[in-house]
Write a protein of this length. Structure first.
Lengths: 329, 373
């Protein structure tokens, strides 16, 4: 029997998912810089090398392009590789492998060939991570046909989406926000799956729909709590996966609440928030009581100084302010 | 010819070292027929390209570079992987691809190797582990991955990567070489050095035209050879396969060769003036088919009558392939989503459970602060 009180942190849930995946199939390998050292990439790869050996869990040269290509080639032999990037920024060296090969492989083989490669990319936040340690480029990857993109906000989803990616047949990018790593949630022990393209309504409400992504999910839930005190009943939807996107759940909610806010921890322009607003507006824009808004990062690279960080990332108050304006219109 | 390059080769004038002595007659005839078929089918495609304008994709013809795919076709096995550059036709045939499915792919038809999704430069046959692509170094990096997979699974196959000299311009090339050696992966690298990246000469792009020497510095077993000598190609490849099958790590071959035609498409691009006429003449004079034919005639292995018969056979095959391609239907409008993403997850269905449902998330937890690391 599952114990409903069983709680793990986000990092522990990923770690458990990896242990179980490697247990379930000999074909699963984990590769990335420093994955086989004691700290285990913020705890997520802890104990894997000891348990499954350095043949299945191995450190990789600082060469992200060949790392991704190697994973692709190995998957053609039946391996299910999990690549770990301690920072998404380091992954940029692998863009050719991802854009020119990985994403279009299935397509150009006319559906005959598959590359089940899972890429975990960690996004830094805070303590001066600055411009080269903090980018969340989920919208870039979601722009590409052929890739699946997951962006879990809870420990439950982090494990379920990871397992679903590893044992699925499509290449997947999982974006993990570092600010969530110590946050705990109910995590069943079973190797369970969270399916792509199914958003989760994390709070029910009738006056406003907040579509939240990754680290903006807990923020949005706190904002919803504060709005309740002002008699605004917000519904909070966690998209969980960006590609595919659960448009139906979002549109159903907005048809009910008539208002839409999208909270995305990424730059505002040409991003996921814009895409979500466009999709909803094109379907039910005429039902909305006010213009949709998006809560994003400024169109600027991330500053180092913690004083500037606070301004840059914003908080519940800045989000509240914008939402209140919406109700004054 | 252990340390050769384009400059030293051209000084030879006429290559005289091709020798079929001690080589099985059937093999010699097979190599000859493969090269002739490859040459003739491309010359015919070149003729057909424009009048009808039915082939509407970039096609990189390998006229002049037939010797390496021919030699490889007699050594690579079905279970070996072959990753090719965009000048792919010879390698497509070397891995057992049919002329009909090649032509139909160029004509964009449903019966093409990839049902008209890939065209000449990205054609593949996943069932026999043949893949190609147009981004110059990406493919050899993936070949290294296949080598890794083979090693991890304890299999005995080999991953073969074929690429041009321009691949060594790319960082991915050196990452691949370094990693293949680091892990002693069963990867055979074949560089067809034809001197030019489109119009740009290798020495405009690299400090020297000795890729094999630079690769040797990484500790790989390397060979450099005159790539139009199909017998030397064959014997060197044979040595390489034996090295790889013994688990002795990656092997690198640099084959100096030349394309007779333009970089892409049916037209000559020599009006641009990027390569000297004398260079082209040297290589045509040392055409891989001609070099072998001369030896076969000298040893009485080929008569004018026999050649005529072979040419007739090949002509018929080509006519049939054109007929097949032109009479095949065009692909219907696809379901784009299904075309780009696999829809089923049989492994996940077998191994993973649905639920139990998640519970309400405790939103009042603090952000993780990374600290210095």
């Amino acid at each position: 029997m599952e114990n409903n009180k069983r709680r793990l942190t986000y990092a522990e849930a990923i770690n458990e998912g990896l242990h179980q995946a490697m247990e379930l199939s000999q074909d699963v390998i984990v590769l990335g810089q420093l994955v086989d050292y004691k700290p285990g990439i913020f705890g997520t790869t802890k104990g894997l090398a000891d348990r499954f050996g350095k043949n299945r869990v191995f450190d990789f040269p600082v060469a992200e392009n060949i790392m991704t290509s190697a994973a692709m080639g190995a998957s053609l032999v039946g391996i299910r590789p999990v690549i770990v990037h301690q920072r998404l920024d380091f992954m940029m060296y692998s863009l050719d492998a991802i854009v020119n090969w990985l994403s279009l492989w299935h397509f150009k083989s006319n559906k005959e060939s598959r590359l089940p490669v899972t890429i975990r990319a960690i996004v830094g936040k805070g303590w001066g991570q600055a411009a080269q340690h903090s980018k969340s480029l989920h919208a870039w990857f979601a722009h590409l046909p052929g890739l699946k993109v997951a962006i879990p906000s809870t420990a439950y989803d982090a494990k379920g989406l990871l397992l679903e990616s590893i044992f699925g047949e499509n290449p997947t990018v999982i974006i993990e926000n570092r600010s969530l790593f110590s946050q705990a949630d109910f995590v069943p022990q079973l190797p369970y799956r969270v399916r792509f393209g199914k958003a989760e309504v994390r709070r029910k409400g009738k006056d406003l729909t907040i579509v939240a992504i990754s680290s903006m999910v807990p923020v949005s839930l706190r904002v919803a709590q504060m709005l309740a005190a002002e008699s605004i009943d917000a519904e909070v939807i966690d998209i969980r996966t960006l590609s595919p996107l659960d448009e139906a759940t979002i549109c159903d909610s907005v048809s009910k609440t008539k208002r839409l806010v999208v909270a995305d921890p990424a730059w505002q322009s040409f991003g996921a928030a814009g895409e979500i607003i466009a999709r909803v507006s094109m379907k039910i824009g005429n039902q909305m009581k006010s213009n949709p808004i998006r809560i994003c990062l400024p169109d600027s690279h991330t500053p180092m100084s913690y004083v500037l960080e606070e301004i840059y990332y914003g908080n519940e108050e800045t989000m509240l302010k914008e939402i209140r304006m919406m109700f004054k219109e | 010819m252990s340390d050769i390059n384009h400059k030293s080769i051209i000084k030879i004038g006429k290559y005289k070292d091709l020798s079929i002595k001690g080589i099985d007659n059937e093999l010699v005839s097979g190599l000859y027929r493969f090269m002739l078929l490859l040459r003739m089918c491309q010359e015919e495609l070149i003729k057909e390209y424009h009048p009808a304008d039915e082939i509407r994709c970039p096609v990189h013809f390998c006229v002049g570079q037939e010797a390496m795919p021919a030699a490889l076709s007699f050594l690579i096995s079905k279970n070996d992987f072959l990753f090719s550059h965009h000048r792919s036709h010879g390698y497509f045939l070397a891995k057992g691809g049919s002329l009909k499915s090649l032509f139909a792919e160029l004509y964009g038809r449903q019966t093409g190797a990839n049902a008209g999704k890939a065209g000449s430069q990205e054609i593949s046959i996943p069932s026999v582990k043949f893949y190609s692509g147009a981004i110059v170094a990406g493919m050899l990096a993936i070949a290294v991955g296949a080598g890794l997979g083979i090693q991890l699974k304890g299999k005995t196959e080999v991953a073969v990567a074929v690429f041009g000299d321009a691949a060594a311009d790319e960082g991915a090339f050196w990452e691949a070489i370094s990693y293949a050696k680091l892990r002693e992966l069963p990867v055979l690298f074949i560089c067809e050095n034809n001197s030019y990246s489109t119009y740009s000469h290798q020495l405009k792009r690299q400090p020297a035209d000795n890729i094999h020497a630079r690769v040797a510095a990484f500790g790989l077993e390397t060979r450099a050879l005159f790539g139009n000598d199909v017998i030397t190609n064959y014997l060197t490849l044979k040595e390489a396969f034996s090295h790889l099958h013994k688990g002795k790590g990656p092997f690198f071959i640099e084959a100096y060769t030349y394309r007779f035609r333009g970089h892409v498409g049916p037209e000559d691009d020599d009006y641009i003036g990027y390569r000297p006429k004398s260079e082209l003449e040297f290589w045509k004079n040392n055409c891989p088919i001609l070099l072998l034919e001369e030896q076969m005639v000298a040893l009485g292995l080929l008569t004018a009558q026999r050649k005529k018969e072979i040419v007739n056979e090949i002509e018929n095959e080509i006519v049939e392939a054109f007929k097949f391609a032109k009479n095949s239907p065009f692909p219907a409008e696809p379901n784009w989503e299904k075309l780009n993403w696999a829809q089923e997850s049989p492994v996940a269905d077998k191994l993973l459970h649905d639920g139990p449902q998640s519970e309400i998330f405790d939103q009042n937890q603090k952000d993780t602060i990374p600290q210095p690391y």
